[in-house]
Design a protein around this ligand. Sequence first.
Ligand code: SF4
Length: 192
Amino acid sequence: METVSRRRFFASGASAAVTAFGFDLRPAQAAVRELKISRTTQTHSVCPYCAVGCSVVIHTLGDKAKNVKPAVVHIEGDPDSPVNRGTLCPKGASLKEFVNAERRLTRPLYRAPGAKGWTPMSWDDAIPKMAKLIKASRDKAFEAQDAEGRTVNRLSNIALIGGCTDTNEINYLLSKFRFGLGILPYENQSRL
Ligand code: SF4
């Protein structure tokens, strides 16, 4: 059997590690990877952590049967993305833990005026409620003209904040929504 010194073992890195001592572990490693993502469905998405916007592929296990809860078992960089070309930084590489975290918010929360706590709400209740509150706020503060009689059509008691994973298309639609209502305070990472 070939003798490998400690120095040579570490200096030659992973390739020596997989072939040292006369064994080639690469087929076994490839088999493990195949097992991890075999039978998964793949969903393309964007890492939510920063404005780089790396593309990811989410592997989900579950045959979509009614009584089966799908489970995200692996998330990796999308090799077809011109942004990250299959790579992810350590934050992006930990996305599976974020998706599966027990404390992750999955429902809208509402805090009533004067209330100390937040109440979970369904989307069916939250969307009409938001629409009513937006209309009430707009009716209250919309300015068609300024003090000098100039047309301004503006609203400054509602603000919009975009997220770092919002695509150009989402930001375009948000801009349409914003200009349609006359909202002035607006911020997102594409600086539209
Ligand atoms: S993987 Fe890292 S660099 Fe890429 S978007 Fe996520 S946090 Fe940003």
